[in-house]
Design a protein around this ligand. Sequence first.
Ligand SMILES: [Zn+2]
Ligand SMILES: [Zn+2]
Length: 417
Amino acid sequence: MGLLFPDSAVVVLGDQNTVEQIKNTVTKRGFEFVQVQSLQLGAYRLQKIHTQLIILDSDYPEFSREGVDLLFKKNPKVKNIPIVLLTRSAGKLSDFNSDSYQNIEIVEKSRGNAVSREIDKYLEPSIILKFWGVRGSTPSANIEQMKYGGNTTCLQIESPYFNEILILDSGTGIRNLGNEIAERINNQASGHLFITHPHWDHIQGFPFFKPFYLNKNSFKIHMPEQYRGGTEEILAGHMTKTFFPVTLDMFEADIEYVSQKEQIEEYNGFTVEYMVANHPTKTAMYKIQIGGYIIVFAPDNELSADPSPIRFMDKFEHFISDCDLLIHDAQFDRETYKERLGWGHTAWEDIVEVARRCNVKRLYLTHHDPDSTDEYLDRINKKLESYIGNPFREIELAKEGAVIKLPLTKALQKHQV
Ligand SMILES: [Zn+2]
Ligand SMILES: [Zn+2]
């Protein structure tokens, strides 16, 4: 039992005293401990290893802001790795409060055992969700959209209590997930893929997922039955020789195609049910219960203001009520939505309002319009900050590469399992 990618390391820069203290916390949690002597060397090591957390002592002589910038420059993945900056005085590090250092947390060393506690928070066993694609409708590979990312929908869920991989949707983002599996664990992975619906942006990465081409692997592919066929027929339809050189029978892995029912289904370590979305084809909004958490994934769903399908809204509100995490379509703002009625997508203002009413704890908005630039999305994200508070512990736009952690210890206490 363990995480799919168990070989994560914690990289530390600091004097011997600090390092010894951190080493205990890190090794107790079973992570590899990597000490570096300078940020230049750190930048080099980070290219070679997979990193869970970076800890830098800013009072150490080898520390500098230029050095931190070098870490980001040499390895683009660093922007998605949490970095803890230790300091005797937080005031000295105000430079790091800007938007470009969003993944940096400053921790003052003077506060008792704050350091160990803070570090442990990042390492405690958690359900981990990772966004591999957050773009809606079609991939958009433009430089002005790279901060939020251009790949279409794909989400991975990991739990330390099972070895299987759990994936939601196979937009173009799934290709990078497959590449990571190929690189880190020899392409060996088995598990479940839950597809919300077969619109292009949710299946275009499907044939590019490398673990499908290894015969030791086995996968179950789930999707709601469509009006024109079951999961296998639909996927086979977009992989005929006319559209693509690879057909389903060319996969080496053992694959089972499942037409998913709306009822609660139990799997090894989690349960899944779904509600049909308000969207132009039969589309699932999946509700997953895992590790004591309730997660709802609804990347394509229209909350229409007028005319309001009252029964749908009642059912939807009941479905998301009190959930720990909702990942929902917010392709438009209210202004744009007026011109896109019936397209099957939602304005961010509307889902925020509904989620707030339904006591959703964490809200991540996704399926960004292919024409939305980083600048535009940053403006929305800024507005979302003002909603933090009851009930939202977290509310933000989903970014490609971003990770959500749901600590298991707290969930287990909460549910007394
Ligand atoms: Zn979509
Ligand atoms: Zn769709």
